[in-house]
Design a protein around this ligand. Structure first.
Ligand SMILES: Nc1ncnc2c1ncn2[C@@H]1O[C@H](COP(=O)(O)OP(=O)(O)OP(=O)(O)O)[C@@H](O)[C@H]1O
Length: 681
């Protein structure tokens, strides 16, 4: 009955019908305020998205917010209505008086919630996620900050729809000021941008969120983005520590371990997770209202207090690391996202500061040798004896196959043997040395949440079963069409572009089984990874056109390409015998630089292909023999030019790598000498 009443309610369209009260939240591109809907005399939340700040196509945002309007599940925050006002998009939503779990953690539970509370919150989140996944949607931003609680303890997953738009918009893809997603919660496959990702990326984020609720902060939250990426890609997945987290049950540890498996296909679906014994202890909404909300100041006051606290800490420069990172997260949530690949920047980022950073609480330890000149300073990533890998494999629920994933965690350059599997994973016996003296700015690393697409094969699945679902899905299909267009603009060479949303509606287990059929292809421009993580993945074979050039690269780099290369290389070898692969194996800096150079090369190749296609089209458009012949000649000469350029780039790349190696050798010598001098003195 209540629901019917709700449905009949018509929320007016137009800013004049709403009185804005205090601000209750800020995000990457929006501020959220408590507001009064005057005609209905009802308190609502209004999210005002600054079109200019979000750098996003307003029509796309608007379409996505309509999608949010169509959402109909008690655990997913829907919008009542949305409209444009002065270049802003207003989204009117139910007011969630408890605020986000992140706010509550910060205000009253800095060390995390009790297990029963966590189980109750997460069960509700899973129900919401299951609903979204069933409808072919991926949330892509699951985190405590997006889990909202209403005054009755009801839990909803927020920031769906509009955020999806921000991620998907081709405009955003093309602009550089667009960091997408928060790396702490980001699944490794999303970071790698190699084989695409699917709804299982949400399950990873869900596992990270579970840790966030347990500890009061997400794993690695104190580190800058680049470091988070490296740690996530190279280390064993984080998890609850058997020693340190004694207060938590085995089933909680196992549940998290099953989500934080690097191989997405081994992660359970949301539906399956709901059957996990951990959730048996979950209680009612009332319980949440009693335990979390009673005694809490009003949301607006809490937010103000938090802001003041952060400002004070900043002013005093006494900010604890976790909060420093919080600010840093906010910074790039605000749009600082083109990660500069300038080596100095990288050094600064990786070392946080130019001083020694050694923490003794079991967290990652970065040790910088102060007595060395800056150019030869190195930071050492010490890895403590850790046991998460064995823990995971020991304890993972076999049903969830969690242990399988750990086999993927190996590294040749950085030996990672995790023992502790928390955010505070320590890494022992391994070093990341960064010692290059080359300070010339290189290309920028731009890690973006890529535009996803769902494999066409999934469209053969069962049709949607209700009108509402059809409506929901057709809406999402509409919204994805713009993505296609944008993608084509971005990268014509990637011809497999297909809509983001699955057209099928699958049962949880089906969803599980069909993971591979609904894999989202990514069009990320770059990936930050290293050969050591998985050399095969570094060459994005399936993502690139099977061009002759790529085979040449694969051959030269001595990298096992995931694609067979039926065509022999015809390009004569013009490079020295130095193998960049070997070079990068022994040179961590080269590891980072190498993909960058690869990217330049790939771009070049793609441009060449586009030019050739354009030439062909011109040739066929005007079918005179003369034009055809001319086109053929031009194509040949273009090919030659492209080949020359390609050779030139490969030469440059190899040259750069060999110079890096020389520099590193020199450095080693210097270090040895300085060590000798030190020992004498
Ligand atoms: N309906 C609501 N009721 C109360 N508070 C809300 C509501 N919606 C959002 N908030 C608060 O506002 C904050 C920002 O909202 P939201 O996450 O939707 O913005 P965003 O710009 O998409 O942020 P981000 O992308 O960084 O997650 C939330 O973290 C939450 O604390």
């Amino acid at each position: 009955m209540d629901k019917e009443k709700e449905e009949k309610k018509k929320y007016p369209i137009g800013a004049e019908y709403y009185t804005l009260y205090e601000e209750v939240g800020t995000g990457a591109s929006a501020t959220v305020s408590r507001a009064l809907c005057i005609p209905l005399n009802e308190i609502v939340a209004v999210k005002i998205m600054d079109f200019e700040r979000s750098n996003c196509n307003l029509n796309n945002i608007s379409r996505e917010s309509q999608l949010m309007f169509l959402v109909d599940h008690p655990n997913v925050l829907k919008s009542h209505c949305s409209f444009v006002c002065d270049h802003n998009l207003w989204v009117v939503m139910p007011y969630m008086a408890g605020g986000s779990c992140l706010h509550i953690l910060k205000a009253a539970h800095p060390d995390g919630f009790e297990e029963v509370v966590i189980a109750t919150i997460l069960r509700e989140v899973l129900k919401g996620l299951d609903y979204l996944h069933q409808h072919g949607h991926i949330h892509r931003d699951v985190k405590a900050g997006n889990i909202l609680i209403d005054s009755h303890g009801g839990i909803k997953l927020g920031d769906f729809g509009v955020s999806a738009c921000l991620f998907d918009s081709g405009d955003r893809q093309r602009t550089r000021n667009t960091f997408v997603g928060t790396p702490c919660w980001m699944a490794p496959e999303v970071m790698e941008q190699v084989h695409g990702y699917d709804f299982k990326a949400d399950i990873w984020s869900f596992g990270i969120t579970a840790l966030e609720l347990a500890h009061g902060h997400a794993p690695f939250s104190k580190y800058p983005p680049m470091k988070v990426l490296l740690i996530t890609l190279q280390n064993a997945p984080p998890g609850l520590d058997y020693e340190r987290d004694k207060k938590f049950s085995k089933s909680f540890k196992q549940m998290i371990a099953s989500c934080l498996v690097k191989d997405p296909s081994q992660r359970p679906s949301a539906k399956r997770l709901l059957r996990n014994p951990f959730f048996k202890q979950a209680r009612s909404n009332d319980y949440i209202a009693r335990t979390l909300l009673e005694g809490l100041p009003a949301l607006g006051d809490r937010l103000q207090a938090l802001k003041r606290h952060e400002e004070d800490m900043l002013a005093q420069k006494k900010m604890p690391n976790g909060e420093k990172e919080e600010i840093s997260q906010n910074e790039y949530n605000r749009g600082i996202s083109g990660w500069n690949f300038d080596l100095e920047d990288l050094k600064a980022q990786a070392s946080l500061d130019d001083d020694t950073i050694i923490e003794t609480d079991g967290d990652l330890h970065y040790k910088q040798l102060k007595h060395q000149p800056f150019s030869s300073r190195r930071f050492t990533l010490l890895q403590h004896q850790s046991s998460s890998a064995s823990q995971h494999s020991d304890t993972a629920d076999s049903d969830d196959n969690a242990h399988n994933s750990l086999s993927s965690v190996d590294s040749t350059t950085i030996t990672v043997k995790s023992e502790k599997s928390d955010d505070d994973v320590s890494v022992s016996g391994s070093t990341i040395e960064q010692s290059a003296t080359n300070t010339s700015p290189g290309p920028e690393i731009l890690v973006e949440k890529p535009v996803p697409e769902v494999n066409k094969r999934s469209s053969n699945g069962a049709p949607a079963s209700s009108n509402q679902r059809d409506k929901f899905q057709s809406q999402s299909q509409n919204s994805s069409s713009s993505v296609i267009t944008n993608l084509q603009i971005l990268d014509d060479a990637h011809a497999e572009t297909i809509p983001r949303s699955s057209k099928t509606s699958l049962s949880g287990d089906e969803v599980d089984e069909k993971t591979k059929n609904t894999v989202v292809r990514q069009k990320g421009r770059f990936k930050v990874t290293s050969e050591s993580a998985d050399m095969e993945k570094v060459v994005p074979g399936p993502m690139l056109p099977k061009s002759h050039s790529m085979q040449v690269i694969a051959q030269r780099l001595n990298i096992a390409s995931p694609l067979p290369s039926p065509l022999p290389s015809t390009t004569p070898s013009t490079t020295p015998s130095l193998s960049p692969y070997n070079a990068t194996q022994s040179n961590p800096l080269a590891q980072v630089l190498f993909p960058c150079l690869q990217y330049v090369l790939h771009t070049n190749i793609m441009q060449r292909d586009s030019l050739l296609t354009a030439m062909k089209q011109v040739g066929f458009g005007d079918c005179t023999g003369y034009t055809m012949m001319n086109a053929a000649v031009t194509e040949k000469s273009l090919l030659e030019v492209a080949h020359d350029r390609e050779k030139e780039l490969i030469r440059e790349m190899t040259d750069l790598l060999s110079r890096l190696i020389c520099v590193q050798d020199e450095l080693k010598k210097c270090k040895a000498e300085s060590a000798q001098v030190n020992s004498f003195s």
